[in-house]
Design a protein around this ligand. Structure first.
Ligand SMILES: NC(=O)c1ccc[n+]([C@@H]2O[C@H](COP(=O)([O-])OP(=O)(O)OC[C@H]3O[C@@H](n4cnc5c(N)ncnc54)[C@H](OP(=O)(O)O)[C@@H]3O)[C@@H](O)[C@H]2O)c1
Length: 292
């Protein structure tokens, strides 16, 4: 059983999968496997007999993406499309991860998988194009759209807030964008639940397609900041004053969706999986941050 996880040393989700210490999982990342160099993808297929691939790798720097369109497309669309084509040729099921940023955020209720995509950023457009290309190339594909990913490792909002809270008496945080905070450890767990079902049974064609896989419960960035900092306070960090501001007071090169909440009923219905409440997972992550 050779399950390969694509994602390097610095990837949050790849690291969460690595932390599971599941002997079936093997890891590959740059420079051995690089989405911008298709020859590395092809030689990877020639080298290994693969049972399943989990792709956690992506260009995730949403603002920087606005100025690097060509490379972003290689990493988020063309590379995964080529990967899916090879998966089809070699009969390897593919689990791929996408994003809530495929939506504009104008629906104002949780999106379901069949809602039309309407990305407003280069990152979102590239990820949406990646979804379409993968589903076109490979019938044995499961695409998990996740959101607002955080963990005790890597670059993420929870760690940024705790670091900023340690250095500042007050923080201004956007309070008018809504989403579903998702712990990468919970997503890793959900992925392995799916893997176990794929391995335990014959491939079921109903599995192919897109699923929303996010933490249970929604929040604004302000809510997530306050809750993370309240947890940090338990470990002796002083609580700063947190001020909720509007998106227009924090301009960014890429326009974020106002409300990208995702409905996760399909993941529950098809695979019996529901990710934990984000509050519980933030508690665990903050505990781990202070234990490191
Ligand atoms: N982070 C979020 O808030 C968020 C939200 C919604 C969806 N997602 C999606 O969730 C998935 C996992 O995100 P994450 O937070 O774990 O991302 P991350 O921490 O930013 O890690 C991205 C990974 O992609 C790898 N990568 C980047 N360019 C590559 C290339 N050209 N070839 C091969 N690998 C490359 C990086 O490798 P190195 O280690 O070498 O840098 C890194 O391991 C992604 O598909 C992302 O789009 C994330």
């Amino acid at each position: 059983m050779t399950i390969f996880v694509i994602g390097g040393q610095h990837g949050q989700l790849a690291e969460s999968l690595r932390n599971l210490k599941d002997e079936r999982l093997h890891f590959v990342g740059r420079p051995v496997f690089d989405f911008t160099k298709q020859e590395t993808i092809a030689s990877f297929f020639k080298k290994y007999k693969l049972s399943l691939i989990i792709n956690t790798a992506a260009w995730t720097a949403v603002d920087a993406a606005e100025d690097h369109k060509e490379e972003v497309y290689l990493v988020n669309k063309d590379g995964p499309a080529y990967l899916a084509k090879l998966c089809a040729e070699y009969h390897v099921p593919l689990i791929h991860v996408s994003t809530d940023y495929v939506f504009s955020g104008d629906k104002h209720s949780p999106y379901i998988e069949t809602d039309p995509v309407s990305p407003k950023t280069v990152y979102g457009v590239s990820k949406a194009a990646g979804e379409v290309a993968i589903l076109k190339a490979q019938s044995h594909s499961i695409i998990l759209r996740t959101a607002w990913v955080y963990s005790a490792h890597g670059k993420n909002f929870v760690r940024t807030m705790i670091n900023a809270g340690a250095k500042n008496h007050s923080l201004r945080v956007v309070g008018d964008q809504k989403g579903n905070p998702t712990c990468s450890d919970d997503l890793a767990w959900a992925i392995m639940e799916i893997v176990n079902q794929i391995i335990g049974k014959k491939w079921n064609n109903h599995w192919s397609g897109i699923y929303h896989a996010v933490g249970t419960g929604d929040a604004t960035w302000y809510d997530l900041a306050v809750y993370s900092l309240e947890q940090a306070e338990k470990y002796g960090q002083k609580m700063p004053t947190v001020i909720a501001i509007q998106t227009k007071e924090w301009p960014t090169p890429a326009k974020r969706p106002q409300d990208s909440r995702l409905n996760t009923d399909k993941l529950d219905k098809i695979f019996g999986i529901r990710l934990p409440d984000w509050h519980k997972s933030v508690e665990k992550v903050v505990q781990r941050i202070f234990a490191i």
